[in-house]
Design a protein around this ligand. Structure first.
Ligand SMILES: Nc1ncnc2c1ncn2[C@@H]1O[C@H](COP(=O)(O)OP(=O)(O)OP(=O)(O)O)[C@@H](O)[C@H]1O
Length: 590
Protein backbone atom coordinates (compact mmCIF):
# COMPACT_ATOMS: atom_id res chain seq x y z
CA UNK A 1 0.00 0.00 0.00
CA UNK A 2 1.31 3.41 -0.87
CA UNK A 3 3.14 4.91 2.08
CA UNK A 4 1.33 8.19 1.80
CA UNK A 5 -1.94 6.40 2.31
CA UNK A 6 -0.81 4.35 5.29
CA UNK A 7 0.95 7.12 7.14
CA UNK A 8 -1.51 9.90 6.45
CA UNK A 9 -1.85 11.89 9.65
CA UNK A 10 -5.28 11.13 11.00
CA UNK A 11 -5.08 12.90 14.34
CA UNK A 12 -8.37 14.64 13.79
CA UNK A 13 -10.25 11.52 12.84
CA UNK A 14 -9.30 9.57 15.94
CA UNK A 15 -12.51 7.98 17.09
CA UNK A 16 -14.51 9.08 14.05
CA UNK A 17 -13.09 6.02 12.28
CA UNK A 18 -15.29 3.86 14.46
CA UNK A 19 -18.33 5.13 12.58
CA UNK A 20 -17.38 2.70 9.80
CA UNK A 21 -18.45 -0.03 12.20
CA UNK A 22 -22.02 1.14 12.44
CA UNK A 23 -23.36 -0.64 9.34
CA UNK A 24 -22.02 -3.92 10.73
CA UNK A 25 -23.54 -3.41 14.18
CA UNK A 26 -26.91 -2.16 13.00
CA UNK A 27 -28.35 -5.58 12.04
CA UNK A 28 -27.66 -6.83 15.58
CA UNK A 29 -29.71 -4.26 17.45
CA UNK A 30 -31.37 -6.94 19.62
CA UNK A 31 -28.00 -8.11 20.93
CA UNK A 32 -26.94 -4.53 21.57
CA UNK A 33 -30.19 -3.87 23.43
CA UNK A 34 -29.70 -7.05 25.52
CA UNK A 35 -26.18 -5.94 26.28
CA UNK A 36 -27.34 -2.50 27.47
CA UNK A 37 -30.09 -4.06 29.58
CA UNK A 38 -27.69 -6.44 31.31
CA UNK A 39 -25.19 -3.65 31.68
CA UNK A 40 -27.77 -1.53 33.49
CA UNK A 41 -28.71 -4.45 35.74
CA UNK A 42 -25.17 -5.38 36.69
CA UNK A 43 -24.21 -1.75 37.32
CA UNK A 44 -27.25 -1.21 39.53
CA UNK A 45 -26.41 -4.38 41.46
CA UNK A 46 -22.81 -3.27 42.01
CA UNK A 47 -23.87 0.21 43.06
CA UNK A 48 -26.32 -1.12 45.64
CA UNK A 49 -23.59 -3.06 47.49
CA UNK A 50 -22.16 -0.10 49.47
CA UNK A 51 -25.68 0.69 50.75
CA UNK A 52 -25.76 -2.72 52.41
CA UNK A 53 -22.41 -2.01 54.02
CA UNK A 54 -23.66 1.28 55.42
CA UNK A 55 -26.80 -0.48 56.76
CA UNK A 56 -24.57 -2.96 58.50
CA UNK A 57 -22.29 -0.38 60.11
CA UNK A 58 -24.83 2.24 61.10
CA UNK A 59 -27.85 0.09 62.02
CA UNK A 60 -26.74 -3.52 62.44
CA UNK A 61 -23.55 -3.10 64.44
CA UNK A 62 -24.46 0.17 66.10
CA UNK A 63 -27.97 -1.04 67.12
CA UNK A 64 -26.86 -4.64 67.92
CA UNK A 65 -29.73 -5.93 65.75
CA UNK A 66 -29.00 -9.54 64.55
CA UNK A 67 -32.26 -9.74 62.53
CA UNK A 68 -31.23 -6.67 60.52
CA UNK A 69 -27.79 -8.19 59.92
CA UNK A 70 -29.46 -11.38 58.64
CA UNK A 71 -31.72 -9.45 56.30
CA UNK A 72 -28.82 -7.38 55.05
CA UNK A 73 -26.76 -10.47 54.25
CA UNK A 74 -29.68 -12.12 52.45
CA UNK A 75 -30.16 -8.99 50.39
CA UNK A 76 -26.42 -8.97 49.69
CA UNK A 77 -26.61 -12.52 48.33
CA UNK A 78 -29.62 -11.70 46.18
CA UNK A 79 -27.75 -8.75 44.74
CA UNK A 80 -24.75 -10.96 44.03
CA UNK A 81 -27.04 -13.38 42.19
CA UNK A 82 -28.43 -10.60 40.00
CA UNK A 83 -24.88 -9.37 39.40
CA UNK A 84 -23.72 -12.85 38.33
CA UNK A 85 -26.59 -13.44 35.90
CA UNK A 86 -26.47 -9.94 34.45
CA UNK A 87 -22.70 -10.16 33.96
CA UNK A 88 -23.01 -13.49 32.15
CA UNK A 89 -25.81 -12.10 29.98
CA UNK A 90 -23.80 -8.99 29.19
CA UNK A 91 -20.74 -11.06 28.22
CA UNK A 92 -22.82 -13.30 25.99
CA UNK A 93 -24.53 -10.46 24.16
CA UNK A 94 -21.45 -8.35 23.60
CA UNK A 95 -19.16 -11.19 22.55
CA UNK A 96 -21.67 -12.48 20.04
CA UNK A 97 -22.17 -8.94 18.80
CA UNK A 98 -18.40 -8.62 18.24
CA UNK A 99 -18.08 -11.94 16.43
CA UNK A 100 -21.05 -11.33 14.16
CA UNK A 101 -20.17 -7.76 13.31
CA UNK A 102 -16.57 -8.64 12.48
CA UNK A 103 -17.58 -11.66 10.40
CA UNK A 104 -19.74 -9.32 8.32
CA UNK A 105 -16.94 -6.75 8.21
CA UNK A 106 -14.48 -9.34 6.90
CA UNK A 107 -16.91 -10.57 4.26
CA UNK A 108 -17.59 -7.08 3.02
CA UNK A 109 -13.95 -6.01 3.08
CA UNK A 110 -12.88 -9.03 1.04
CA UNK A 111 -15.70 -8.51 -1.45
CA UNK A 112 -14.63 -4.88 -1.74
CA UNK A 113 -10.92 -5.65 -2.15
CA UNK A 114 -11.42 -8.32 -4.77
CA UNK A 115 -13.35 -5.80 -6.89
CA UNK A 116 -10.64 -3.15 -6.83
CA UNK A 117 -8.82 -2.69 -10.10
CA UNK A 118 -5.51 -4.19 -11.14
CA UNK A 119 -3.84 -0.78 -10.75
CA UNK A 120 -4.61 -0.80 -7.03
CA UNK A 121 -2.86 -4.13 -6.60
CA UNK A 122 0.19 -2.87 -8.44
CA UNK A 123 0.61 -0.20 -5.77
CA UNK A 124 -0.21 -2.46 -2.82
CA UNK A 125 1.49 -5.38 -1.19
CA UNK A 126 -0.95 -8.24 -0.89
CA UNK A 127 0.58 -9.36 2.40
CA UNK A 128 -0.46 -6.04 3.88
CA UNK A 129 -4.02 -6.60 2.80
CA UNK A 130 -3.92 -10.06 4.37
CA UNK A 131 -2.83 -8.40 7.59
CA UNK A 132 -5.60 -5.82 7.36
CA UNK A 133 -8.15 -8.58 6.90
CA UNK A 134 -6.67 -10.66 9.71
CA UNK A 135 -4.99 -8.61 12.41
CA UNK A 136 -6.89 -5.37 12.01
CA UNK A 137 -10.27 -7.04 12.01
CA UNK A 138 -9.22 -9.04 15.08
CA UNK A 139 -8.46 -5.79 16.86
CA UNK A 140 -11.87 -4.51 15.94
CA UNK A 141 -13.41 -7.72 17.21
CA UNK A 142 -11.60 -7.35 20.52
CA UNK A 143 -12.84 -3.78 20.59
CA UNK A 144 -16.49 -4.67 20.25
CA UNK A 145 -16.33 -7.94 22.16
CA UNK A 146 -14.44 -6.64 25.13
CA UNK A 147 -12.96 -3.14 25.15
CA UNK A 148 -16.14 -1.27 24.35
CA UNK A 149 -17.97 -3.44 26.84
CA UNK A 150 -15.47 -2.67 29.60
CA UNK A 151 -15.34 0.97 28.59
CA UNK A 152 -19.08 1.40 28.66
CA UNK A 153 -19.45 -0.57 31.87
CA UNK A 154 -16.73 1.53 33.47
CA UNK A 155 -18.28 4.73 32.19
CA UNK A 156 -21.65 3.72 33.62
CA UNK A 157 -19.99 2.77 36.88
CA UNK A 158 -18.12 6.07 37.05
CA UNK A 159 -21.34 8.01 36.47
CA UNK A 160 -23.31 5.82 38.88
CA UNK A 161 -20.64 5.88 41.57
CA UNK A 162 -20.17 9.64 41.25
CA UNK A 163 -23.94 10.13 41.48
CA UNK A 164 -24.01 7.91 44.54
CA UNK A 165 -21.12 9.85 46.06
CA UNK A 166 -23.04 13.11 45.67
CA UNK A 167 -26.12 11.46 47.15
CA UNK A 168 -24.09 10.04 50.08
CA UNK A 169 -22.17 13.17 50.98
CA UNK A 170 -22.46 16.28 48.84
CA UNK A 171 -19.64 17.99 50.73
CA UNK A 172 -17.09 15.23 50.17
CA UNK A 173 -18.32 14.89 46.58
CA UNK A 174 -17.82 18.64 46.07
CA UNK A 175 -14.25 18.31 47.25
CA UNK A 176 -13.76 15.41 44.83
CA UNK A 177 -15.00 17.50 41.88
CA UNK A 178 -12.19 19.96 42.47
CA UNK A 179 -9.54 17.33 41.84
CA UNK A 180 -11.16 15.69 38.77
CA UNK A 181 -9.58 17.93 36.06
CA UNK A 182 -6.14 17.06 37.42
CA UNK A 183 -7.00 13.41 36.79
CA UNK A 184 -8.75 13.61 33.41
CA UNK A 185 -6.47 15.97 31.53
CA UNK A 186 -3.31 13.85 31.55
CA UNK A 187 -5.33 10.80 30.49
CA UNK A 188 -6.64 12.57 27.39
CA UNK A 189 -3.25 13.94 26.39
CA UNK A 190 -1.49 10.61 26.88
CA UNK A 191 -4.27 8.66 25.16
CA UNK A 192 -3.61 10.55 21.92
CA UNK A 193 0.00 9.60 21.99
CA UNK A 194 -0.91 5.96 22.53
CA UNK A 195 -3.17 5.97 19.48
CA UNK A 196 -0.49 7.39 17.22
CA UNK A 197 1.96 4.78 18.44
CA UNK A 198 -0.62 2.01 17.99
CA UNK A 199 -1.18 2.85 14.40
CA UNK A 200 2.52 2.95 13.75
CA UNK A 201 2.92 -0.42 15.41
CA UNK A 202 0.13 -1.99 13.30
CA UNK A 203 1.72 -0.67 10.13
CA UNK A 204 5.05 -2.25 11.01
CA UNK A 205 3.23 -5.52 11.70
CA UNK A 206 1.55 -5.38 8.30
CA UNK A 207 5.01 -5.01 6.73
CA UNK A 208 6.17 -8.24 8.28
CA UNK A 209 3.13 -10.03 6.82
CA UNK A 210 3.94 -8.60 3.41
CA UNK A 211 7.44 -10.08 3.51
CA UNK A 212 6.18 -13.51 4.59
CA UNK A 213 3.62 -13.48 1.84
CA UNK A 214 6.06 -12.50 -0.86
CA UNK A 215 8.85 -14.88 0.01
CA UNK A 216 6.89 -17.96 1.07
CA UNK A 217 4.83 -17.68 -2.08
CA UNK A 218 8.05 -17.75 -4.07
CA UNK A 219 9.85 -20.31 -1.99
CA UNK A 220 11.29 -22.07 -5.05
CA UNK A 221 13.03 -18.91 -6.19
CA UNK A 222 14.22 -18.16 -2.67
CA UNK A 223 15.85 -21.58 -2.55
CA UNK A 224 17.24 -21.47 -6.09
CA UNK A 225 19.13 -18.31 -5.18
CA UNK A 226 20.02 -19.62 -1.70
CA UNK A 227 18.36 -16.54 -0.21
CA UNK A 228 17.06 -18.26 2.93
CA UNK A 229 19.59 -16.49 5.16
CA UNK A 230 19.13 -13.07 3.55
CA UNK A 231 15.33 -13.34 3.56
CA UNK A 232 15.36 -14.50 7.20
CA UNK A 233 17.47 -11.47 8.04
CA UNK A 234 15.12 -9.18 6.10
CA UNK A 235 12.14 -10.62 7.94
CA UNK A 236 13.97 -10.40 11.26
CA UNK A 237 14.66 -6.73 10.53
CA UNK A 238 10.96 -6.10 9.90
CA UNK A 239 10.03 -8.03 13.04
CA UNK A 240 12.51 -5.98 15.05
CA UNK A 241 11.06 -2.76 13.70
CA UNK A 242 7.57 -4.01 14.60
CA UNK A 243 8.83 -4.96 18.05
CA UNK A 244 10.44 -1.56 18.56
CA UNK A 245 7.19 0.10 17.56
CA UNK A 246 5.26 -2.19 19.91
CA UNK A 247 7.75 -1.41 22.68
CA UNK A 248 7.10 2.30 22.32
CA UNK A 249 3.38 1.66 22.40
CA UNK A 250 3.66 -0.57 25.47
CA UNK A 251 5.84 1.98 27.29
CA UNK A 252 3.31 4.68 26.65
CA UNK A 253 0.47 2.41 27.78
CA UNK A 254 2.32 1.44 30.96
CA UNK A 255 3.08 5.04 31.76
CA UNK A 256 -0.54 5.96 31.11
CA UNK A 257 -1.79 3.25 33.49
CA UNK A 258 0.63 4.22 36.25
CA UNK A 259 -0.18 7.89 35.91
CA UNK A 260 -3.89 7.22 36.08
CA UNK A 261 -3.65 5.08 39.22
CA UNK A 262 -1.42 7.58 41.03
CA UNK A 263 -3.66 10.48 40.10
CA UNK A 264 -6.89 8.74 40.99
CA UNK A 265 -5.78 7.24 44.26
CA UNK A 266 -4.01 10.44 45.22
CA UNK A 267 -7.30 12.24 44.75
CA UNK A 268 -9.22 9.63 46.80
CA UNK A 269 -6.74 9.72 49.66
CA UNK A 270 -7.03 13.46 49.78
CA UNK A 271 -10.82 13.34 49.98
CA UNK A 272 -10.78 10.53 52.53
CA UNK A 273 -8.42 12.39 54.74
CA UNK A 274 -10.84 15.32 54.75
CA UNK A 275 -13.74 12.88 55.46
CA UNK A 276 -11.91 11.23 58.35
CA UNK A 277 -11.51 14.63 60.00
CA UNK A 278 -15.25 15.26 59.57
CA UNK A 279 -16.07 11.93 61.30
CA UNK A 280 -13.72 12.87 64.13
CA UNK A 281 -15.44 16.22 64.57
CA UNK A 282 -18.84 14.46 64.51
CA UNK A 283 -20.02 16.13 61.29
CA UNK A 284 -20.31 12.75 59.50
CA UNK A 285 -21.48 9.20 60.44
CA UNK A 286 -18.84 6.47 60.16
CA UNK A 287 -21.22 4.39 57.99
CA UNK A 288 -21.68 7.25 55.55
CA UNK A 289 -17.92 7.65 55.22
CA UNK A 290 -17.64 3.88 54.67
CA UNK A 291 -20.26 4.01 51.91
CA UNK A 292 -18.60 7.04 50.36
CA UNK A 293 -15.23 5.30 50.40
CA UNK A 294 -16.67 2.28 48.62
CA UNK A 295 -18.24 4.47 45.95
CA UNK A 296 -15.02 6.38 45.54
CA UNK A 297 -13.08 3.13 45.13
CA UNK A 298 -15.64 1.88 42.60
CA UNK A 299 -15.41 5.16 40.70
CA UNK A 300 -11.62 5.15 40.79
CA UNK A 301 -11.38 1.50 39.80
CA UNK A 302 -13.68 2.19 36.88
CA UNK A 303 -11.66 5.22 35.79
CA UNK A 304 -8.59 2.98 35.94
CA UNK A 305 -10.30 0.32 33.82
CA UNK A 306 -11.50 3.01 31.47
CA UNK A 307 -8.02 4.37 30.95
CA UNK A 308 -6.69 0.90 30.37
CA UNK A 309 -9.23 0.00 27.71
CA UNK A 310 -9.08 3.49 26.31
CA UNK A 311 -5.74 2.51 24.83
CA UNK A 312 -7.39 -0.53 23.25
CA UNK A 313 -10.24 1.57 21.94
CA UNK A 314 -7.76 3.94 20.33
CA UNK A 315 -5.76 1.04 18.95
CA UNK A 316 -8.84 -0.51 17.39
CA UNK A 317 -9.96 2.82 16.04
CA UNK A 318 -6.54 3.07 14.38
CA UNK A 319 -7.20 -0.35 12.82
CA UNK A 320 -10.70 0.67 11.78
CA UNK A 321 -9.30 3.81 10.25
CA UNK A 322 -7.10 1.77 7.94
CA UNK A 323 -10.00 -0.53 7.12
CA UNK A 324 -12.05 2.57 6.38
CA UNK A 325 -9.32 3.73 4.00
CA UNK A 326 -9.56 0.45 2.13
CA UNK A 327 -13.32 0.82 1.90
CA UNK A 328 -12.82 4.33 0.57
CA UNK A 329 -10.71 3.02 -2.33
CA UNK A 330 -12.88 3.00 -5.40
CA UNK A 331 -11.98 0.85 -8.40
CA UNK A 332 -10.70 3.04 -11.22
CA UNK A 333 -12.19 0.52 -13.64
CA UNK A 334 -15.88 -0.20 -13.15
CA UNK A 335 -19.00 -1.01 -15.10
CA UNK A 336 -20.90 2.03 -16.35
CA UNK A 337 -24.19 2.79 -14.55
CA UNK A 338 -26.21 1.84 -17.65
CA UNK A 339 -24.16 -0.66 -19.64
CA UNK A 340 -24.75 -1.38 -23.32
CA UNK A 341 -25.39 -5.08 -23.91
CA UNK A 342 -23.21 -6.98 -26.38
CA UNK A 343 -24.98 -8.03 -29.58
CA UNK A 344 -26.09 -11.70 -29.45
CA UNK A 345 -24.60 -13.89 -30.71
CA UNK A 346 -21.32 -12.13 -30.05
CA UNK A 347 -19.14 -12.33 -33.13
CA UNK A 348 -15.88 -11.33 -31.49
CA UNK A 349 -14.83 -8.43 -33.71
CA UNK A 350 -12.14 -6.34 -32.04
CA UNK A 351 -10.99 -2.85 -32.94
CA UNK A 352 -8.30 -0.77 -31.29
CA UNK A 353 -8.48 2.77 -32.69
CA UNK A 354 -5.55 5.18 -32.22
CA UNK A 355 -4.90 3.90 -28.74
CA UNK A 356 -2.40 5.77 -26.55
CA UNK A 357 -1.51 4.13 -23.27
CA UNK A 358 0.79 4.60 -20.30
CA UNK A 359 0.64 2.49 -17.14
CA UNK A 360 -0.77 4.50 -14.23
CA UNK A 361 2.25 3.53 -12.10
CA UNK A 362 4.71 4.71 -14.78
CA UNK A 363 3.03 7.64 -16.40
CA UNK A 364 6.31 8.92 -17.84
CA UNK A 365 6.67 5.89 -20.13
CA UNK A 366 4.34 5.65 -23.15
CA UNK A 367 3.71 1.96 -23.85
CA UNK A 368 1.36 2.06 -26.87
CA UNK A 369 1.25 4.93 -29.38
CA UNK A 370 -1.37 5.55 -31.99
CA UNK A 371 -2.06 1.84 -31.92
CA UNK A 372 -4.77 0.66 -34.33
CA UNK A 373 -5.70 -2.96 -34.98
CA UNK A 374 -8.75 -4.60 -36.47
CA UNK A 375 -9.37 -8.29 -35.77
CA UNK A 376 -12.20 -9.79 -37.78
CA UNK A 377 -14.63 -12.30 -36.28
CA UNK A 378 -13.11 -15.79 -36.26
CA UNK A 379 -9.68 -14.54 -37.32
CA UNK A 380 -6.47 -15.71 -35.61
CA UNK A 381 -3.95 -12.92 -35.19
CA UNK A 382 -0.49 -13.59 -33.80
CA UNK A 383 1.26 -10.75 -31.96
CA UNK A 384 5.02 -10.97 -32.13
CA UNK A 385 7.75 -8.57 -31.15
CA UNK A 386 10.69 -8.14 -28.83
CA UNK A 387 10.28 -8.24 -25.09
CA UNK A 388 8.67 -5.07 -23.78
CA UNK A 389 7.10 -4.26 -27.17
CA UNK A 390 3.62 -4.04 -25.59
CA UNK A 391 2.06 -7.39 -26.48
CA UNK A 392 0.78 -8.23 -23.00
CA UNK A 393 -0.35 -4.63 -22.63
CA UNK A 394 -2.76 -5.13 -25.55
CA UNK A 395 -4.30 -8.05 -23.62
CA UNK A 396 -4.49 -5.97 -20.45
CA UNK A 397 -6.39 -3.26 -22.31
CA UNK A 398 -8.77 -5.75 -23.95
CA UNK A 399 -9.54 -7.24 -20.54
CA UNK A 400 -9.99 -3.69 -19.29
CA UNK A 401 -7.46 -4.03 -16.50
CA UNK A 402 -6.71 -0.47 -17.57
CA UNK A 403 -8.29 2.13 -19.83
CA UNK A 404 -6.30 3.79 -22.59
CA UNK A 405 -5.63 7.52 -22.15
CA UNK A 406 -6.64 8.19 -25.74
CA UNK A 407 -8.37 6.34 -28.56
CA UNK A 408 -10.94 3.62 -28.06
CA UNK A 409 -11.33 -0.12 -28.08
CA UNK A 410 -14.49 -1.87 -29.24
CA UNK A 411 -15.87 -5.38 -29.13
CA UNK A 412 -18.54 -6.01 -31.78
CA UNK A 413 -18.71 -2.26 -32.24
CA UNK A 414 -19.39 -1.46 -28.57
CA UNK A 415 -16.85 0.66 -26.68
CA UNK A 416 -15.40 -1.50 -23.89
CA UNK A 417 -16.15 1.30 -21.42
CA UNK A 418 -19.86 1.04 -22.27
CA UNK A 419 -19.97 -2.69 -21.45
CA UNK A 420 -20.62 -4.21 -18.07
CA UNK A 421 -17.26 -5.58 -16.87
CA UNK A 422 -18.74 -9.04 -16.27
CA UNK A 423 -20.12 -9.16 -19.79
CA UNK A 424 -16.88 -7.95 -21.37
CA UNK A 425 -14.72 -10.38 -19.43
CA UNK A 426 -17.29 -13.11 -19.94
CA UNK A 427 -16.74 -12.72 -23.69
CA UNK A 428 -12.96 -13.19 -23.40
CA UNK A 429 -11.17 -16.39 -22.43
CA UNK A 430 -7.60 -15.83 -21.31
CA UNK A 431 -4.93 -18.50 -21.29
CA UNK A 432 -2.07 -16.75 -19.53
CA UNK A 433 1.57 -17.59 -19.87
CA UNK A 434 1.80 -18.50 -16.20
CA UNK A 435 -1.11 -20.72 -15.27
CA UNK A 436 -2.57 -20.06 -11.85
CA UNK A 437 -3.72 -23.22 -10.12
CA UNK A 438 -5.77 -22.91 -6.93
CA UNK A 439 -5.46 -25.29 -4.00
CA UNK A 440 -8.60 -27.16 -5.03
CA UNK A 441 -9.48 -30.25 -7.08
CA UNK A 442 -8.77 -30.54 -10.81
CA UNK A 443 -12.52 -30.32 -11.46
CA UNK A 444 -12.85 -27.09 -9.45
CA UNK A 445 -9.79 -25.64 -11.11
CA UNK A 446 -11.30 -26.23 -14.52
CA UNK A 447 -14.65 -24.92 -13.27
CA UNK A 448 -12.92 -21.59 -12.72
CA UNK A 449 -13.93 -21.10 -16.35
CA UNK A 450 -17.63 -21.65 -15.61
CA UNK A 451 -18.55 -22.23 -11.99
CA UNK A 452 -21.88 -23.96 -12.65
CA UNK A 453 -20.58 -26.52 -15.15
CA UNK A 454 -21.45 -30.14 -14.34
CA UNK A 455 -18.82 -32.87 -14.15
CA UNK A 456 -19.61 -34.15 -17.65
CA UNK A 457 -18.86 -30.71 -19.11
CA UNK A 458 -15.67 -30.45 -17.04
CA UNK A 459 -14.52 -33.85 -18.27
CA UNK A 460 -15.33 -32.98 -21.86
CA UNK A 461 -13.29 -29.78 -21.54
CA UNK A 462 -10.42 -31.76 -20.02
CA UNK A 463 -10.57 -34.23 -22.93
CA UNK A 464 -10.49 -31.44 -25.49
CA UNK A 465 -7.51 -29.91 -23.66
CA UNK A 466 -5.69 -33.26 -23.62
CA UNK A 467 -5.76 -33.07 -19.84
CA UNK A 468 -8.21 -35.90 -19.19
CA UNK A 469 -5.73 -38.75 -19.08
CA UNK A 470 -3.28 -37.33 -16.58
CA UNK A 471 -6.07 -36.07 -14.32
CA UNK A 472 -7.95 -39.38 -14.41
CA UNK A 473 -4.69 -41.26 -13.78
CA UNK A 474 -3.92 -39.53 -10.50
CA UNK A 475 -5.38 -41.08 -7.35
CA UNK A 476 -8.72 -39.43 -6.66
CA UNK A 477 -9.05 -38.33 -10.30
CA UNK A 478 -10.95 -35.10 -10.87
CA UNK A 479 -11.73 -34.69 -7.17
CA UNK A 480 -8.15 -34.95 -5.93
CA UNK A 481 -6.70 -31.64 -4.72
CA UNK A 482 -3.91 -30.35 -6.96
CA UNK A 483 -1.88 -28.92 -4.09
CA UNK A 484 -1.38 -25.26 -3.39
CA UNK A 485 -0.61 -23.45 -6.66
CA UNK A 486 -0.54 -26.80 -8.45
CA UNK A 487 2.91 -27.75 -7.21
CA UNK A 488 2.22 -31.39 -8.02
CA UNK A 489 1.76 -30.72 -11.75
CA UNK A 490 4.27 -30.25 -14.51
CA UNK A 491 4.36 -26.98 -16.44
CA UNK A 492 2.69 -28.59 -19.46
CA UNK A 493 -0.03 -30.15 -17.30
CA UNK A 494 -0.78 -26.82 -15.66
CA UNK A 495 -1.07 -25.27 -19.06
CA UNK A 496 -3.51 -27.90 -20.26
CA UNK A 497 -5.67 -27.25 -17.22
CA UNK A 498 -5.65 -23.57 -18.18
CA UNK A 499 -6.71 -24.52 -21.69
CA UNK A 500 -9.49 -26.74 -20.31
CA UNK A 501 -10.66 -23.75 -18.29
CA UNK A 502 -10.83 -21.63 -21.43
CA UNK A 503 -12.60 -24.40 -23.35
CA UNK A 504 -15.19 -24.71 -20.60
CA UNK A 505 -15.72 -20.97 -20.62
CA UNK A 506 -16.63 -21.17 -24.30
CA UNK A 507 -16.14 -17.44 -24.93
CA UNK A 508 -16.23 -15.89 -28.42
CA UNK A 509 -12.78 -14.29 -28.06
CA UNK A 510 -9.66 -16.15 -27.05
CA UNK A 511 -6.58 -14.39 -25.64
CA UNK A 512 -3.66 -16.72 -25.67
CA UNK A 513 -0.34 -15.85 -24.11
CA UNK A 514 1.86 -18.68 -25.23
CA UNK A 515 4.26 -20.06 -22.68
CA UNK A 516 7.88 -19.37 -23.58
CA UNK A 517 9.15 -22.28 -21.51
CA UNK A 518 10.36 -25.16 -23.59
CA UNK A 519 8.01 -28.11 -23.39
CA UNK A 520 8.92 -31.58 -24.51
CA UNK A 521 7.83 -32.48 -28.02
CA UNK A 522 4.93 -34.60 -26.87
CA UNK A 523 3.49 -31.96 -24.51
CA UNK A 524 4.02 -29.35 -27.16
CA UNK A 525 2.14 -31.47 -29.72
CA UNK A 526 -0.75 -32.18 -27.37
CA UNK A 527 -0.98 -28.53 -26.31
CA UNK A 528 -0.99 -27.42 -29.93
CA UNK A 529 -3.73 -29.92 -30.73
CA UNK A 530 -5.76 -28.67 -27.75
CA UNK A 531 -5.28 -25.09 -28.81
CA UNK A 532 -6.35 -25.78 -32.38
CA UNK A 533 -9.59 -27.26 -31.04
CA UNK A 534 -10.04 -24.26 -28.78
CA UNK A 535 -9.49 -21.70 -31.54
CA UNK A 536 -12.06 -23.20 -33.87
CA UNK A 537 -14.83 -20.69 -34.56
CA UNK A 538 -13.42 -18.04 -32.23
CA UNK A 539 -11.57 -14.80 -32.68
CA UNK A 540 -8.10 -15.47 -31.37
CA UNK A 541 -5.32 -13.13 -30.40
CA UNK A 542 -2.16 -14.97 -29.54
CA UNK A 543 1.14 -13.70 -28.21
CA UNK A 544 3.23 -16.11 -30.21
CA UNK A 545 6.52 -17.68 -29.35
CA UNK A 546 6.30 -20.78 -31.54
CA UNK A 547 6.78 -21.32 -35.23
CA UNK A 548 3.72 -23.61 -35.38
CA UNK A 549 1.55 -20.84 -33.96
CA UNK A 550 2.69 -18.10 -36.31
CA UNK A 551 2.41 -20.40 -39.30
CA UNK A 552 -1.18 -21.26 -38.46
CA UNK A 553 -2.20 -17.66 -37.79
CA UNK A 554 -4.27 -15.88 -40.42
CA UNK A 555 -2.19 -12.77 -39.85
CA UNK A 556 0.93 -11.84 -37.95
CA UNK A 557 1.26 -8.38 -36.40
CA UNK A 558 4.77 -7.29 -35.49
CA UNK A 559 5.06 -4.88 -32.56
CA UNK A 560 8.05 -2.82 -31.61
CA UNK A 561 8.20 -0.05 -29.04
CA UNK A 562 4.42 0.11 -28.71
CA UNK A 563 3.74 0.46 -32.44
CA UNK A 564 2.79 -1.94 -35.22
CA UNK A 565 5.80 -2.09 -37.51
CA UNK A 566 4.71 -4.82 -39.94
CA UNK A 567 1.78 -7.11 -40.75
CA UNK A 568 1.30 -10.14 -42.97
CA UNK A 569 1.73 -13.88 -43.17
CA UNK A 570 4.84 -15.69 -42.05
CA UNK A 571 6.13 -16.08 -45.59
CA UNK A 572 5.43 -12.52 -46.69
CA UNK A 573 7.06 -11.12 -43.56
CA UNK A 574 10.13 -13.33 -43.98
CA UNK A 575 10.41 -12.05 -47.55
CA UNK A 576 10.28 -8.45 -46.28
CA UNK A 577 13.30 -9.15 -44.03
CA UNK A 578 13.44 -6.52 -41.24
CA UNK A 579 12.55 -7.15 -37.62
CA UNK A 580 10.31 -10.16 -38.22
CA UNK A 581 12.92 -12.10 -40.16
CA UNK A 582 15.38 -11.41 -37.34
CA UNK A 583 12.85 -12.44 -34.67
CA UNK A 584 11.96 -15.57 -36.60
CA UNK A 585 15.60 -16.48 -36.87
CA UNK A 586 16.12 -16.06 -33.09
CA UNK A 587 12.80 -17.02 -31.63
CA UNK A 588 11.43 -19.68 -33.89
CA UNK A 589 14.77 -21.25 -34.76
CA UNK A 590 13.84 -24.53 -33.08
N1 LIG B 1 2.01 -3.18 -14.78
C1 LIG B 1 2.90 -2.39 -15.36
N2 LIG B 1 3.21 -1.20 -14.83
C2 LIG B 1 4.10 -0.39 -15.43
N3 LIG B 1 4.73 -0.68 -16.56
C3 LIG B 1 4.48 -1.86 -17.15
C4 LIG B 1 3.56 -2.78 -16.57
N4 LIG B 1 3.50 -3.86 -17.37
C5 LIG B 1 4.35 -3.63 -18.38
N5 LIG B 1 4.94 -2.43 -18.26
C6 LIG B 1 5.87 -1.82 -19.23
O1 LIG B 1 5.20 -1.70 -20.44
C7 LIG B 1 6.05 -2.05 -21.52
C8 LIG B 1 5.37 -3.13 -22.36
O2 LIG B 1 5.23 -4.29 -21.59
P1 LIG B 1 4.49 -5.60 -22.07
O3 LIG B 1 4.40 -6.51 -20.92
O4 LIG B 1 3.22 -5.23 -22.76
O5 LIG B 1 5.53 -6.17 -23.12
P2 LIG B 1 5.52 -7.54 -23.91
O6 LIG B 1 5.65 -7.20 -25.33
O7 LIG B 1 4.35 -8.34 -23.51
O8 LIG B 1 6.86 -8.19 -23.36
P3 LIG B 1 7.20 -9.73 -23.05
O9 LIG B 1 7.27 -10.45 -24.34
O10 LIG B 1 8.52 -9.63 -22.38
O11 LIG B 1 6.13 -10.23 -22.12
C9 LIG B 1 7.36 -2.49 -20.92
O12 LIG B 1 8.24 -1.38 -21.03
C10 LIG B 1 7.06 -2.73 -19.48
O13 LIG B 1 8.15 -2.36 -18.68
Amino acid sequence: MAESRTDAPAERHRLAALRHLWPFLRPHRALAAGWLLFLGLSSAATLSLPVAVRQMIDRGFAAHDPALINRTFLALFAVALVLALATAGRYLCVTLLGERAVAALREKLYAHLVRLDVGFYEGTRVGELVSRLGTDTELVQALIGSSVSVALRSAVMVLGAVGAMVWTSPRLAGLTTLVIPAVVLPIVVFGRRVQGLSRHSQDRLAETSAIVNETLNAVHTVKAYAREGIESERYAGAVRRALAAAQRRINARAALTAAVIVLVFGAITLVLWAGAHQVLSGALDAGVLGQFVLYAVLAAGSVGALSEVWGDVLRASGAMERIGELFAQQPAIASPPRPTPLPRPTRGEIRLEHVEFRYPTRSELPVLHDFSLHVRPGETVALVGPSGAGKSTVFGLLLRYYDPQRGRITLDGVDLKALALDELRGALALVPQETVIFGASAADNIRFGRHDADLAAVEAAARAAEAYDFIAAQPGGFDAPLGERGVRLSGGQRQRIAIARAILKDAPVLLLDEATSALDAQSEASIQAALERLKRGRTTLVIAHRLATVQRADRIVVLDGGRIVAEGTHDSLIRQGDLYAELARLQFAA
